[in-house]
Design a protein around this ligand. Structure first.
Ligand SMILES: *Cc1c(COP(=O)(O)O)cnc(C)c1O
Length: 471
């Protein structure tokens, strides 16, 4: 399997190169040159299999021969074997033909673990085979950093440094990063804001001498290997609900468009996906696009669902590539104009094709809180505010869909992660799962550095054990 860039000017690469490079050299995102196709018989044969087995079958054609089949199997079984529910991604019925898929049974209680746990192992495997090492440096406002730290802990060929704004992440998010006891991962509190953290990371990557000396690398959501493992749970849900004989729709709380794009990939691979419902909070650039055909940047407003507080959705570029019939030059021109003007529009043809599959909507914080309260009263289930956004948009767009087709809403985080929103909705926070009940009592390791590149570089230099071992 070869991968091509959405901007058409970077070389096609095999999976292992795409894994390590993340972004393409022309600034584009890598996508498979052709989609692997699963026949109805292939899909039918997934009925009754374990989650890990389904995931393996879905990922195998993307990885091809770049990783030996038994090694891939070992990594996938180990990754999901550590999850807190034997189904890995259990389905729960909420109402007739309305289902919830719980994607919060990984180590950091959000769906990002489903990809990151595989990604960390793949990175380590490929690096070890090449005798190489990397230093991952990233900034986080919460969920991604915790998932990255858990995925990188104790990996032989990776050092991981995650910057977060001191005193500006929730106590739970901070603890998820600072209580991990492994010598190669570091959660660093920066005296500054999230933007300061991001600027520090950018400055570190722009220092070519430093970047090359430490083999700096990133694990953000534009990496194809973050998308690939997420395709598996679309297959898992659909097969459990009757595919290939029955089509299924999905509703996805969306920020960077990565998770919902994995659903689009599943459809391209032959899964009968009827509709993909894109759910936004007040930061509704995507909902406005699907309503008008115009993508227009606005400022970000903070909400109760912070992992969806984005200005632009970076993975949307992958869909745009297909809407432009894989014409990279057109993607590049469109996105260059977008950066300059803050807006672009697609034609009726493209918009029509997009809305034949995607539906979109937004709800604000008050509606999310009301949804959490109502669903708790009707079913006893507690939704986190991102998932509540998904359910709220499903209800708002119900009249647009065939009622005979089941809708699966992706539950992207555990309600205990967002205590303030849950407390506002139902008067008390949600309890942590038992295996993490002592999180707030575990000892923390939290170095603090000033908002200063030299301080970050000195910290990395002193603590990069993988590099130290190599030297
Ligand atoms: C990251 C995240 C999202 C948004 O996912 P995208 O792939 O960026 O669309 C939604 N909910 C939660 C809880 C998240 O952590």
């Amino acid at each position: 399997m070869q991968y091509i860039s959405t901007r058409g000017r970077a070389p096609a690469l095999p999976f292992d190169e795409v894994l390590l490079s993340g972004l393409a050299r022309d600034g584009g995102l890598y996508v498979p040159a052709v989609w692997p196709l699963f026949s109805r018989d292939d899909i039918r044969a997934m009925k009754g299999l374990s989650y890990a087995e389904v995931a393996l079958r879905v990922m195998q054609p993307f990885v091809g021969t770049t990783v030996p089949a038994d090694a891939l199997r070992g990594m996938v079984e180990e990754a999901y074997g550590g999850f807190g529910h034997s189904c890995v991604a259990p389905l729960k019925q909420m109402a007739p033909n309305l289902w919830l898929m719980e994607l919060f049974h990984g180590p950091t209680l959000a769906f990002k673990d489903y990809a990151m746990q595989v990604l960390g192992r793949l990175f380590d495997h490929v690096l070890s085979a090449r005798g190489e090492r990397v230093t991952i440096v990233g900034a986080t406002s919460g969920d991604t950093g915790a998932a990255a730290i858990e995925a990188c802990r104790d990996r032989d060929n990776i050092d991981c440094f995650i910057l977060f704004p001191k005193g500006r992440v929730s106590p739970m998010q901070q603890r998820q990063m600072t209580t991990v006891d492994a010598p190669n991962v570091h959660a660093i509190a920066v005296e500054g804001t999230f933007d300061d953290c991001q600027d520090l990371v950018k400055a570190a990557f722009n220092d070519a001498g430093f970047r090359d000396a430490y083999g700096l690398s990133a694990v953000n959501s534009i990496n194809w290997a973050r998308i690939m493992p997420q395709i598996a749970y679309y297959f898992w849900a659909a097969v459990n609900l009757g595919a290939p004989e029955r089509a299924v729709s999905f509703a996805v709380p969306t920020g960077n468009f990565g998770n919902v794009y994995a659903g689009y990939a599943a459809l391209q691979m032959g899964l009968p996906v009827e509709r993909l419902v894109v759910a936004s909070n007040a930061n509704d650039i995507l909902a406005r696009f699907f309503a008008s055909g115009t993508m227009e940047m606005r400022g970000v407003v903070p909400t109760l669902s912070p992992s969806m507080d984005i200005q632009v959705s970076s993975n949307f570029e992958r869909l745009l590539f297909d809407l432009f019939d894989r014409n990279g030059a057109e993607v590049e021109a469109t996105l260059t104009a977008f950066r300059k003007d803050g807006r672009f529009a697609v034609g009726d043809n493209q918009l029509g094709r997009a809305t034949a599959l995607f539906q979109a909507g937004r709800i604000d914080d008050d509606e999310a809180v009301a949804t959490i309260r109502r669903v708790r009263d009707e079913t006893g289930e507690l939704l986190d505010p991102h998932t509540a956004t998904g359910i709220g948009v499903v209800e708002r767009t119900r009249a647009l869909r065939d009622p005979a087709v089941p809708v699966v809403t992706l539950a992207t985080a555990h309600p205990a992660k967002f205590a303030a929103a849950i407390e506002r909705a139902v008067g008390a926070p949600a309890a942590l799962p038992e295996r993490m009940a002592d999180l707030m009592d575990r000892p923390e390791r939290m170095p603090v550095i000033p908002n200063d590149l030299a301080a970050l570089q000195a910290y990395v230099k002193d603590h990069a054990v993988a590099r130290g071992a190599a030297a």
